[in-house]
Each structure stands twice: as C-alpha cells, then as structure tokens.
Write a protein that binds this ligand. Structure first.
Ligand SMILES: [Zn+2]
Length: 339
C-alpha cells in the first residue's frame, strides 16, 4: 500500500510539473481527487487489507490526499495570477498615443447673426414670421405704395419671373401679408433671403434681410429710435449710439437711414467706418398711411414703423469681413474660424 501511495505521489508530482494553466490544474484535480479519480480507486482497495492495518493505511492515504489538495490550491493561485497578468499585458492601452479626434462642424457666421437677432427681438416681444421668396408683384411693390411704372422701382434691380411674379427684392411684402392677416397690435420680425440684380464686394444677387414691423396706436419715430437703439446696444455693445439721417422709401414717411457708432473703433474713426466713426446699418421709417390703408388698417387710428436690416452687413461689421462673397463660397478655412 505504501508503495502504491508513493507511486501515485510521484506520478502526480511529475504531471504537476507540466501543468501551468488553471484549466490544466482543474483537469489534474478531477483525475486524482474526483469522484472516479485515482484516490477513490485506491480507497476501494482498502477493503482487502487486514482490519487492524486499516486505520494506519487509511491515514496514510488521507495524508497524501490532503497534501495533493494543498499543493493544487497553492499552484492554482499562482496560475490565476499569472493568467491575469498575461491578459492585462495583452490588453494594455498606450494612453500616451495621440487620440483620434472627430471633425466638428461650426455654425455659419450668418446663421449666428440670424439667431442673435431672433433672440434679441423675441426678448422684446416680437413674433417671427416667414414668407415666400417667389412673390407677386402685387405684394412686393403695389401694396407697398410702388405702383407699376413708379420711378422708385429703379431703386431695386429686380429679377422678374413673369410680368406679375418676381423674386422678392426685400422682406417687406411680408409686412403687407401680415397686416392683411392680423389685426393690430402687431410686432413681428421677418428674416429671409431676398434677390437683386447686383454683384460686387458689398452686394450679392442673393442676400438676407430682417424686416421689422410694429403697428399700434400712437406709434412714433421715438418708438422706432428706442427700439433700434436697444437692438444695436444688445448686438454690438452697451456704448453703441445710433443716429437718423433723412431718406426716402415709398412705403415709409418719414424715412430714415440709421447709422450706429462704429463698434470696431468706438467712434474714433477707422478703415471699416472710413474714418467717420459711423456705420450705416439699416433703413427704416414710419409706415406710410397709404400702406396701412392698402392693407385694410385704418390709418386715422393706427400708425406704425418698419425697418429692414441686411444680415450680411451686420455680420461683416461684427466679424470684420471685407467681402460679402466670402459668405457664400463655403471655404472651409473661412468657416472654421467661427467655431
Ligand atoms: Zn470705425
């Protein structure tokens, strides 16, 4: 019996030498200590031994078994540690390598200015409306006090689609559409694209305007000035001043050109304001009573003001952009600056 136990121990030790993984050790455990393992078989042979010898050999067998169990447990721990170390090494990430960054887009400077206008005007209680870019002559001109053959049509070089249909030359036709639909008090802005036969560094055949319209009782030039000054201060800086110069538009009376103090030099004079300290920013005026009457609003009760701002013009001043055409070229190098 002693011999059998020694033989088992020797063969186990030899096999243990070769086993290194947790799986191999498990396999070894099953083969020696399992239900149908080597030890179970030897235990069975105890029954052939003389009764008085049984306790001695039983103990011997059990000691050998416990010893093997201990050795296996010890080696299990080492093997598990070793396997974990190997896995961590294989899965190692070099955090010093430069990352792969995704290209992020940026908002177009015109869209930024448009969003800013929308925020400023909605905070002043204005609604935002939009209208058709292909417009009837009737809305684009006639309701706004510019009948056919009126010399004022020469002020706007128009793309005609037919005799009665045009690409709108301004956002003002929406003034007429709003007044025909809505009863006063009215406070709306109308942003959108407009079209004129024009193409140079400061003019583009397509550009964007924001139209403003207010109709209520007792609206005066003071209301217009207060509104525009508030907007310019919010848009540029709290020190911005505005001034009115007399002008002419058929749909407003009186009409004004509005200048703001140059936001780039603060009024001292620079290249952008051509040394004057002022920048022309928009056209405005008190609604011509004829326009109100054309649109079914009683001009003896109501008055109003309107203005139109070129969005490109504001963005050019805001960002110091010298040529309007850059906005539409979609040059990535230009657009990337506005991230
Ligand atoms: Zn200036």
């Amino acid at each position: 019996m002693q011999e059998t136990i020694d033989k088992i121990t020797r063969s186990f030790n030899a096999e243990l030498e070769k086993a290194s993984s947790v799986a191999e050790l498990n396999e070894l455990r099953v083969r020696y200590l399992g239900k149908n393992g080597v030890f179970t078989e030897v235990m069975k042979s105890l029954k052939d031994i003389a009764k008085e010898d049984k306790p001695f050999f039983g103990k011997l067998l059990n000691d050998a078994r416990v010893k093997i169990e201990e050795v296996l447990q010890e080696k299990d721990k080492t093997a598990a540690k070793e396997e974990q170390r190997a896995r961590l090494l294989a899965e190692r990430i070099d955090i010093t390598l430069p990352g792969v960054s995704a290209e992020a887009g940026s908002i177009h400077p015109l869209s930024k200015v448009k969003a800013e206008f929308a925020e400023i005007f909605t905070s002043l209680g204005f609604e935002i409306k939009e209208g058709p870019e292909v417009e009837l002559d009737f809305f684009n001109f006639q309701l706004l006090n510019i009948p056919k053959d009126h010399p004022a049509r020469d002020m706007q070089d128009t793309f005609y689609i037919t005799d009665d249909v045009v690409l709108r030359t301004h956002t003002s036709p929406m003034q007429a559409r709003v007044m025909l639909e809505q009863k006063p008090p009215i406070r709306v802005i109308i942003p959108g694209k407009v079209y004129r036969v024009d193409d140079d560094a400061s003019h583009s055949p397509m550009f964007q305007q924001i139209e403003g319209l207010v109709v209520d009782k007792n609206i005066s030039l003071c209301d217009l000035k207060g509104c525009l000054e508030t907007v310019c201060k919010k848009l540029f800086s709290s020190k911005t001043k505005i001034r009115f110069r007399p002008s002419f538009f058929p749909f407003t009376e009186p009409s004004v050109e509005v200048d703001c103090s140059c936001p780039l030099c603060g009024g001292k004079g620079c290249r952008i304001c051509k040394g004057t300290g002022w920048i022309e920013i928009l056209g405005a005026g008190i609604l011509n009573p004829k326009v109100l009457d054309n649109c079914g609003i009683d001009s003896s009760v109501y008055s109003g003001f309107a203005f139109g701002v070129g969005m490109e013009r504001v963005a050019m001043i805001r960002y110091g952009i010298p040529d309007i055409r850059i906005f539409f070229e979609n040059d990535i190098r230009f657009l990337k600056q506005y991230k």
